[in-house]
Design a protein around this ligand. Structure first.
Ligand code: 4AD
Ligand code: MG
Length: 432
């Protein structure tokens, strides 16, 4: 029963007879003809059944199929102006693989909680398939970008003994006689990897115990984190800009149908490919906020609303660099020209999507790093291996993290990150 042809490739089969395996997402029958919306995981297609082309038994079966029944359908691929694919199937036979009753997700509108409770079924829907397909292409574009640029994939651990991005957002778990934390970021390990491989990246889940129910925060999200030896902040910005362009280029090329289904206005995405992203300092971003009437003062961190105001000034993603050193993690390098600010950057997506990238140059001087570890009251013993990287062949190095879910939300034009992964995790959602 192995499928030999999938809907994705059917336009090459016009005129021939094919057998497809999949599910009936909707069936509508009227007298001597019935229409089945059919999906096989690679796409959706209309299957038309008629009493002329099918046996009476098969026609009856098809006309009465309940939503999400599994079937094997045989028919001829024919052209059709009405279908978005330009083709449909004229059925000649159908076999029931398994009958379904009372599928919970009917074509009527359902509330978000109900849909999230049925996420294991919801991901079969056309809109969810489009989003998750785009996510797939984004992930694939990211891997290709780094693999083609001489990076080595080095997987970072999930169980860690220490924090990377502040103790306030650590998940802890029993680890035999002690405690382990779920990784907030693979960065510290990538810093070791870049001194071993020159250019390294990790790509995996990150965890943040942030009890914030916003449209941008997950407790578990995926992040790609490149780290490069002998690279400064400027190189870091270029690397991140190239990555975002590669992502957008891939989705525009490979997913026009999905973007259309999501009603995505692609003009913003197209302008991403146009040229260098605007770069502004944190201080300039503060001026933008103050001009817009915000009471924001220099030294504060941007909230979601602030990021929206800043990013709305630009059509392209905007790179904001040089944040106050005091509000940033211990590993960030100070700007030698102005020690009040860090050699860091965030990239804010346009259309109010907020920060999708955070990164920068790392402190590469042993004494300064040890002082920063002390200043944050971190246990130097836990970071001794990290300090070693400054003892043995320390070099200027930089990297960043790009969050997959926020990137998918922006590229797809979604109002919330909850639909950007198959089984998202929030403070109040651990099921299914
Ligand atoms: O800015 P963040 O916290 O940076 C780091 O973790 C660095 N150690 C990365 C590095 O330099 N290697 O996180 C990076 C990105 C954010 O810009 C955002 O896209 C995503 O990770 N992110 C989240 N996405 C969803 N939910 C959350 N709670 C997120 N926290 C961060
Ligand atoms: Mg950040």
């Amino acid at each position: 029963m192995l499928p030999k042809v999938y809907i994705r490739h059917l336009s090459e089969k016009i005129g021939s007879e094919v057998t497809l395996f999949g599910w009936a997402s909707r069936v509508r029958a009227s007298g001597k003809v019935c229409f089945m919306q059919f999906r096989d995981g690679t796409g959706f297609i209309q299957v038309v059944g008629t009493v002329q082309e099918m046996s009476e038994k098969d026609f009856e079966l098809m006309s009465h199929l309940a939503q999400e029944s599994a079937v094997q359908v045989t028919g001829k691929v024919v052209e059709s102006d009405k279908s978005p694919l330009g083709i449909e199937i004229l059925a000649t036979g159908i076999v029931l693989v398994s009958a379904t009753q009372n599928y919970p997700l009917t074509p009527k509108e359902h509330g978000t909680d109900f849909l999230m409770d049925h996420r294991h079924l919801w991901i079969r829907g056309q809109r969810q398939q489009a989003i998750l397909t785009i996510r797939h292409h984004i992930v694939s574009a990211i891997r290709t970008y780094f693999d083609d640029a001489d990076f080595t994939l080095v997987d970072a651990p999930i169980f860690t003994p220490n924090e990377c991005e502040g103790s306030g957002t650590l998940f802890s778990t029993e680890y035999f006689d002690g405690t382990a934390y779920l990784s907030q970021s693979g960065q510290l390990y990538m810093e070791a990897a870049c001194e071993a491989f020159g250019r390294a990246y990790c790509f995996g889940p990150a965890f943040r115990a942030e009890n914030s129910n916003t449209r941008r925060h997950l407790t578990e999200f995926w992040m790609v984190e490149p780290e490069v030896a002998f690279m400064d902040l400027d190189g870091d910005m270029e690397l991140a800009e190239g990555l975002i362009q590669a992502i957008v280029r891939r989705v525009l090329e490979r997913c026009p149908g999905e973007l259309k289904l999501l009603n995505r206005d692609v003009t913003f995405l197209e302008s991403v490919l146009a040229g260098p992203f605007p770069r502004i300092s944190y201080t300039e971003a503060v001026e933008i906020l103050q001009k817009s009437g915000s009471p924001f003062t220099w030294g504060d961190d941007f909230g979601a609303a602030d990021e929206t105001i800043i990013s709305e000034q630009f059509r392209q993603p905007v790179i904001v660099y040089g944040y106050p050193r005091e509000i940033k993690p211990f590993y960030m390098k100070r700007d030698p020209k102005n020690p009040e600010v860090a050699l860091n950057m965030d990239i804010l997506a346009p259309e109010g999507y907020g920060e999708i990238v955070g990164g920068g140059q790392r402190e590469d001087d042993l004494k300064t790093l040890e002082a920063a570890i002390g200043h944050e009251n971190l246990d130097p013993e836990l970071y001794s291996w990290y300090s070693d990287l400054r003892r043995y062949g320390s070099v200027p190095h930089a990297g960043f993290g790009l969050g997959i879910e926020r990137t998918v939300a922006w590229v797809c034009g979604l109002s919330h990150v909850r639909e950007t992964g198959a089984f998202p995790r929030f403070p109040n959602r651990l099921k299914p």
